[in-house]
Structure formats: C-alpha cells, structure tokens
Write a protein that binds this ligand. Sequence first.
Ligand code: CP
Length: 337
Amino acid sequence: MELKHFIDTQDFSKEELLDLIKLIRMIKRADKQGATPKLLEGANLAMIFEEPSTRTRISFEVGMEELGGHALYLKPGEIHLGVRESLGDTAQVISRYVDVIMARTLKHETITELARYATVPVINGLTDYNHPTQVVCDVLTMMEHAPAGKKLEDYNVTFVGDATNVLSSLMFICTKLGMHFTHAAPKKYQAPEAWLNIARENCKVSGGTVRVTEDPVEAVKDADFIYTDLWWWVGQEAEIPERRAAFMPKYQVNMDLIKKAPAHVKFMHCLPASRGVEATDEVMDSAHSIIFDQAENRLHTEKGLLVWLVYPRLKKASTEQKIVHAGQIEDFLTSHF
Ligand code: CP
C-alpha cells in the first residue's frame, strides 16, 4: 500500500484534490443526517502541536472520534521533537503506535523530516510555509457559496493582506484548480517570487491566472471572494508598528472595500482574526461573511482527509480471524491464570 502524506497541495493533481473534496462533501452530507460511518474504528491519530490551535486541534480530534477512532493531543513541549531524540527516530516510534500523525510545526522542515521517516501518513496542520488543510476547506466553502451555476474555473479570489502561510497555500490550490487569483498588498508584503513561480506553473496547466497588485480597490473589482489573514503573528511583535502603518487603512477589509466588489462577494478569513485590524466587525458579521461556515468546514475537511489517507491502510480482519485469535488468547488466559 502506497504511503501518502498530506504536506502540500502541490503534491496532488487537480483531479486528486477534487476527488478529495467530493469525499469530504459526502461525509458532510452523512454528518448532517447524523449518519457518519465509523470508517476509522480502532484507528489512532497523534496530534503534535508546537503552537496553540483552536480550529485545527478541535476539528481533528472531534473528526477522528466521530469516525470511530481516537485522537491523542500532544501539546507544545509534550514530546521529544528534535530534542533529546532525532525527528527521524520520533517519527518511526510514533508510527508504531498510531495510524496517522497530524503535526503543527514552527518550521516547515520539521514536518517534511517527520514525513520522511514516518511509516504512517503525516498531515500538515500548519507550518511557517503553508496550511494545506485550511485551503482544502476554503475551496469546499467557496463551492458552497459561489454564485449559482458559476464554474470553479471562473472563480475570482482576491487575498488582501500579508503574504502569510495561508496566502501561499490558497494561491497554490486556487491556481492548481484553474481559478483567478489576485494578491493585494504593499510591495514589501507581497507574495515572494518563488511562490509566484509555483502559482504561474500551476496556471500553465490549469488555465488559471495569478497577479499581484498594490491596489486593493482594483483587486476586488471582480472578486467572488475576498480573503484576508492576520497582519502579524507570534514572534512579529516588534514589527507591529511598521506593519500597521503599511497596511492600515488601505488594506483593511471594511465595508468601503466590500462595496467596491460585486454585490454577491463573500468575505473569508481562516481565523483567528484581529477584529478591527485586518477586517472590521461590520464586515465579519455582515451577510457577506462566510467565516463561520468556513470554520465549520474544517471539521468536515479533516474527516474526509483522515478517511482518504487512513481507511485504505487499515487492517480489516475477517470475523473468522477475530474468533480464532480471541479463542487462542482466552484459552491461554484460562489455562494460565
Ligand atoms: N485556522 C486555523 O488553523 O486556526 P487555529 O490556529 O485555531 O487552528
């Protein structure tokens, strides 16, 4: 059985990603009727976190439980992760206990190193480079809120704000799927050339487009979706005055900017948000906002992803095998204890 990790959406074809989203939608439909199949009964998920999390932590844990499996939360500092033991050894050991590993790591190299040595699937729960589970969820959410009849390949997605790990992943998946992606930010905070080159290569295959601009008003002119993310993160506290000055007020998603977009535009944010900074309350709580549908979809996405990666690998003993083994063990226990 081929070992598949989920580290970067770039590792998958458009067809594979769309198949994954189809599976997620089936599982979501089942969930809405209280009929989620227990496809991962007896399976275990190790969740490794080097940073705090609300959505990723809860959606993976609840998702695994709802599928009949079990999740272990390994909080920051809980296990040896490159300290007192190599990452390779840790990955190989954990693989002997669980069926799948999800990790949120500070450095992208940490997750790639875990995946290099793990013998079970490794899922990227966010690194300093990308956030692939978030953006699969985002595409699902866009499909649910796009104008009726509009093809995925015709979606216009505008990201206004800093070139974060969510921006990179969103740009990659949108261009891979053939959408039209715009990044609006001050020059200093625009997507780097290396990321743009990946997106441009995607566009050559998919027919999508990618562009970067300093003009947020022009960027949202045809947008079906306006997306933003935090302007600064943990560790960037010293840069806050400079970043605030660069982004505010021109790049804040407020009602003035929303009004420059088509009337049907939807507002998205991966959350957590700094309300009143990158987006106003008025926008976040408006009819344009789909942020809580987006957050809910993390749960359905994690379930689909776990089933996709783990279900084909599970050992499925026959009833006969189960009876034989239980009988042998019971006979041993009866005769020895
Ligand atoms: N969007 C996201 O990953 O949220 P958390 O940091 O709460 O997991």
